[in-house]
Design a protein around this ligand. Structure first.
Ligand SMILES: O=C(O)CCC(=O)C(=O)O
Ligand SMILES: [Fe+2]
Length: 300
């Protein structure tokens, strides 16, 4: 699931200068995607690398990939617009980059805030298995995380789990409970491109792996009031996700892409002692969401 960039491609990308992107509403503009694509596909071995990425994300049993862009990050600097433009161009080979948050930039900072709810995005605690925007009728097809800096104290391991494999290990009774519209989580306002608020929702909608979502966040076990039988079934699913989890520590320049129709994700707690780490040295990820192109069967 780790994809290295061939050295000749790395060299070509280091010299490539893509123009700033433009947005069309929440989505990366079509003209930007065309321009990036033209420049990138002219680089040696780009297309085979993009194909490898697409295959790892959509094949049966697959659903996530880590592109190792550390050398590029080092050569260009992660503060340089050129680096983010390249990563945006690479992401656009998978699906359409977009920002569901109207007031925020395309890439959203996930830093470390010691006063925040520890289990949330930029908190310091365990961020339990979830899909992003679980309570929208149309969650992003892909969620992606670009590592600028890992936790200097060594925590914050990423966790990933095959959602359909976890569901398949549950009893039929539990699966029947998960298929009822008995679940809810969080608030929903001012979001673009992810449909309407979905409340309550079923966790399972009967679709095949890679098509529908396993619409789940283990955070609902603590944060939402659920009927006891429904909560038990959700807890079993959360346990199976942990049983099947893979863990990986993102390095600077690693780009994690998760197919939300196949895998759920989360994060282990950061190491204790974050108060003593200057904000500018703390773990920093950048997040970008992707929407599959209409008629593109590659998510299936
Ligand atoms: O901190 C992480 O590694 C994951 C964060 C996350 O999943 C999120 O913000 O949605
Ligand atoms: Fe997330």
């Amino acid at each position: 699931m780790f994809i290295d960039i061939p050295s000749e491609l790395e060299a070509a990308l280091t010299d490539l200068s893509l123009p700033p992107w433009e947005l069309n509403g929440p989505f990366l503009a079509h003209s930007t995607m065309e321009r990036y694509r033209t420049e990138l596909t002219a680089s040696p071995r780009f297309e085979e690398t993009a194909a490898t990425m697409r295959h790892s994300l959509t094949r049966e049993g697959g659903g996530y990939a880590v592109l190792r862009l550390g050398n590029l990050a080092k050569a260009l600097g992660t503060d340089d617009d050129r680096f983010l433009q390249l990563v945006t161009g690479i992401a656009a080979e998978m699906a359409i980059p977009f920002s569901p948050f109207p007031r925020w930039p395309l890439w959203k900072d996930i830093g470390v805030k010691i006063d925040k709810d520890p289990g949330k995005s930029s908190g310091t605690g365990y961020n339990a298995f979830h899909m992003d925007m679980v309570n929208g009728t149309l969650p992003p097809d892909y969620t992606t995380l670009l590592c600028v800096r890992p936790d200097p104290l060594g925590g914050g391991t990423s966790i990933l789990s095959d959602a359909h494999a976890a569901v398949a290990r549950l009893s039929e009774d539990s699966r029947a409970l998960l298929a009822e519209s008995a679940y809810h989580y969080g608030t929903f306002f001012d979001l673009f491109g992810v449909g309407e608020e979905y409340k309550p929702f079923p966790i399972l909608d009967g679709s095949d792996p890679g098509e529908g979502f396993v619409r789940f966040t283990a955070k609902m076990l603590e944060k939402s009031q659920l009927g006891p039988a429904y909560a038990d079934a959700a807890r079993e699913l959360a346990e199976e996700l942990v049983r099947g989890q893979v863990t990986l520590m993102l390095q600077p320049g690693d780009y994690l892409i998760v197919n939300q129709r196949r895998f759920l994700h989360g994060r282990e707690a950061l190491h204790s002692g974050q108060e003593a780490v200057p904000v500018s040295d703390r773990r920093l990820l950048l997040q970008l969401f992707l929407r599959t192109r209409a008629g593109d069967g590659s998510a299936a």
